[in-house]
Design a protein around this ligand. Structure first.
Ligand SMILES: NC(=O)c1ccc[n+]([C@@H]2O[C@H](COP(=O)([O-])OP(=O)(O)OC[C@H]3O[C@@H](n4cnc5c(N)ncnc54)[C@H](O)[C@@H]3O)[C@@H](O)[C@H]2O)c1
Length: 327
């Protein structure tokens, strides 16, 4: 069995590639390296290129005997997507559609796709289930919803089957501290907390402490990146076992506030996290966390790592890789 992994040189993709290989599958990684790192792929077969290059994708599928795909490749910066929507529609939506066409022509029928909890926007109730009405509040989230819909039409009209995984907040690093996120480019909370804790940045800005949450700060669902990786293996196994197309949340089911993250970081690392409370950001929901019962029921998957594991692995990675994979 050979798995094509698009975007496999990125943060989640590299950690998932390592796990997929450990299950005995052969892999081939396709990445432009625009936001990824060749070193993060290690000795896995690698092709530098774009998912929109249909001839290249068809050639890779033939040469490597690809049976299944995990499609991570995308741009993911919410703010940038609002300033430059065309960049996101072009790369995420058009790129994915070209990829699916090439896969279809090459006879590849199983696709696992990286979607986002961002499709829920500000949900009416939490924990949020997959049947909540999508309410995208950014171009980025909309591109992911458009790709989900594109896949669902391929599944209805061809023999392709898919799993869309709606990730909540991916966090942490590999347990051996060799793969992780580059805090120089990350928009995510935990890399910013780590920067502040290690004195690489001034006080952390906490956007709002007057939300209707237990401590007033925003509540999210932080999922360890290795748990996220194992959800992809479960999704591949589901499709390989003739499972039907499905869209699932990937989260812990627990809401964690910004203050919980700060307090846990101080406990786990022994470092003070300087912070200041500033105003809320437009469009930030008070609380968004997953109801993960569908993925647990369907794949038998559930997360095994704690918030302490997330903080400890992030700390170990960032303290040894202050310039990400360029360190
Ligand atoms: N990080 C999160 O919290 C999070 C949450 C929800 C969803 N996601 C999604 O998960 C996926 C992976 O996220 P990540 O955090 O690892 O991001 P990342 O930027 O680290 O990885 C994405 C990779 O895709 C590559 N890429 C981009 N466009 C490409 C193209 N057209 N062809 C080939 N390669 C291309 C980049 O070079 C990069 O290596 C993305 O699709 C992202 O939207 C991430």
């Amino acid at each position: 069995m050979t798995t094509l992994i698009t975007g496999g040189a990125g943060y989640i993709g590299s950690i998932t590639t390592r796990l997929i290989r450990s299950t005995g599958r052969a892999v081939v990684v396709l990445d432009t390296l625009e936001n990824g790192h060749r070193t993060a792929v290690g000795d896995a077969p690698f092709v530098q290129g774009d998912v929109a290059d249909t001839e290249l994708v068809e050639r890779i599928c033939k040469e490597h005997g690809v049976d299944e795909v995990v499609h991570f490749a995308a741009y993911k910066a919410v703010g940038e997507s609002m300033e430059n929507p065309s960049k996101y529609f072009q790369n995420n939506v058009t790129g994915s559609q070209k990829l699916f066409d090439a896969l279809h022509r090459a006879g590849v029928e199983r696709v696992v796709f990286s979607s986002t909890a961002g499709v829920y926007g500000t949900p009416d109730t939490v924990p949020v289930r997959e049947d909540a009405e999508p309410r995208c509040e950014s171009v980025y989230a909309e591109t992911k919803l458009m790709i989900e819909k594109t896949l669902s039409w391929y599944s209805r009209t061809t023999s392709m089957r898919h799993v869309c995984l709606r990730y909540f907040n991916a966090a942490g690093a590999s347990s051996d501290a060799t793969l992780g996120e580059d805090w120089r480019f990350s928009q995510n909370l935990i890399p910013h907390v780590m920067k502040a804790a290690m004195g690489h940045a001034p006080a952390l800005k906490v956007f709002g402490n007057d939300f209707p949450t237990p401590d007033g700060t925003g509540v999210r669902d932080y999922i360890h990146v290795e748990d996220l990786a194992s959800a992809h293996v479960a999704a591949l196994d589901h499709l390989a076992g003739k499972g039907a197309s499905i869209t699932c949340n990937v989260g812990t089911g627990f809401g964690t506030s910004v203050m919980d993250i700060i307090n846990t970081t101080e406990q786990v690392t022994g470092q003070k996290v300087p912070y200041e409370i500033v105003g809320r950001r437009a469009g930030d929901p008070a609380a968004c966390y997953a109801d993960p019962s569908l993925i647990t029921k369907t794949f038998g998957w559930s997360p095994t790592r704690s918030l302490e594991d997330i903080i400890a692995t992030a700390y170990a990675w960032h303290s040894t890789h202050p310039a990400g994979h360029d360190s």
